[in-house]
Design a protein around this ligand. Structure first.
Ligand code: NAD
Ligand code: ZN
Length: 343
């Protein structure tokens, strides 16, 4: 079992069989515990946390919400706040989010706004949730666009049970492997070696710990997403556009986006490991192209992307593995990179 601090605000515990109440709450003894989870998440985790709380004399309950992205609505925020009020939660309460990134994004937002803020504790149960969504303090819901309403607020504690992650279906695990590889590419060459050597069989405890350390160091220095946090968007400029225009899942879309970003990096930043990067992406079971997605749609969507500044297309590129920087890239280079990924 290992512990990590993020931005002097969040304690992260990574280990096996750690999703018990004592580890999830740490030394904190809340008045009321509201455990928010979704039907697609193994229900036993939330139920046993609530049962442990009740057994130790706390008022507690499981608040079940619709599954996946459908839960990230303002209507559900209101509904959950009403349910917490009905449970009698005052400011000494704790919201525990158990699930993937959708559940923890929503739980974190509810915890942040209910009575102007109660404690938020997460048990991420997807690999993407574990390596990406659970730390960094971005919470929120969708409106017209994804994550259009939300705020920055770190959770108090995050408890990652590697046994739960080991049991994930490969098709869900690859989503997180894509983000873990991204973390390695921007900040930890040894994580890249690990994923290259073992592929999808890589030891998830080490993968998660290393990927989190990269994100922790970046959000620690740029909580409000004004500078260095951009590096976390490696592969995401083209990846987001592919996600929207091609209907690929986020992890798969950013895998293809990283292939294109690797090409751009080779062109403008002297990145010498483009082919190696592509091979690792392939060996993880992720796509390396997105044929059939119209190039004009991608260019149009990238133009609208909120990460754009001042008219030019800005990309995170790699000078080498572990050495990212942000740079403006001309449209010809972008089009050439799109052709590498079949677009
Ligand atoms: N806050 C952040 O910094 C941040 C970063 C990245 C992503 N996100 C958000 O995270 C969300 C995506 O997260 P996600 O990929 O975890 O998707 P998700 O939360 O939608 O979960 C995907 C599916 O997996 C199911 N699931 C969860 N745990 C499971 C388990 N152990 N076994 C089987 N099924 C399980 C869920 O019920 C859901 O149906 C998006 O809403 C995205 O905006 C947030
Ligand atoms: Zn991402």
């Amino acid at each position: 079992m290992g512990e990590l601090r993020v931005a002097d605000a969040t304690t992260v515990v990574v280990g096996r069989a750690v999703a018990d109440l004592g580890t999830v709450l740490g030394a904190f003894r809340p008045g009321v515990v509201g455990v928010i989870t979704q039907p697609g998440v193994p229900l036993a985790i939330a139920e046993s946390l609530a049962a442990e709380a009740v057994a130790s004399g706390l008022a507690a309950g499981v608040l079940l919400i619709p599954d996946g992205e459908r839960a990230k609505t303002l209507a559900l925020v209101e509904d959950l706040c009403r349910r917490l009020a009905d449970m009698g939660m005052d400011r000494s309460g704790a919201v525990v989010g158990v699930g993937g990134g959708a559940a923890t994004d929503l739980a974190g937002f509810v915890a942040a706004v209910y009575l102007r803020g109660v404690a938020a504790h997460y048990v991420p149960t997807t690999l993407l949730g574990a390596v990406d969504a659970s730390i960094g303090g971005k919470t929120g819901v969708n409106l017209k666009a994804k994550n259009q309403v939300g705020l920055f607020r770190h959770p108090e504690r995050v408890v990652i049970d590697v046994d739960v992650l080991d049991a994930l279906e490969p098709s869900l695990a690859v989503e997180g492997l894509a983000e873990a590889l991204k973390a390695g590419l921007i900040g930890d060459p040894r994580l890249v070696d690990l994923l290259e050597g073992a592929g999808p069989q890589a030891d998830l405890e080490e993968v998660v710990t290393r990927a989190l350390a990269v994100k922790a160091s970046i959000v620690g220095s740029d909580f409000m997403d004004r500078g260095e946090r951009n590096h976390l968007n490696y592969g995401h400029t083209i990846g987001h556009a592919i996600e929207v225009a091609g209907g690929l899942s986020h992890g798969r879309a950013i895998a293809v986006g990283m292939v294109a970003a690797g090409r751009i990096s080779a062109e403008v930043a002297g990145f010498a490991e483009e082919r190696r990067q592509t091979e690792i992406i392939r060996s993880l079971g992720l796509p390396i192209s997105a044929p059939g997605v119209p190039a004009d749609d991608i260019v149009e969507l990238m133009g609208r992307d909120k990460k754009r500044a001042g008219g030019a297309l800005r990309f995170v590129v790699l000078e080498a593995i572990g050495r990212p920087r942000v740079t403006e890239v001309d449209p010809t280079t972008v089009r050439a990179a799109l052709s590498v990924i079949g677009i």
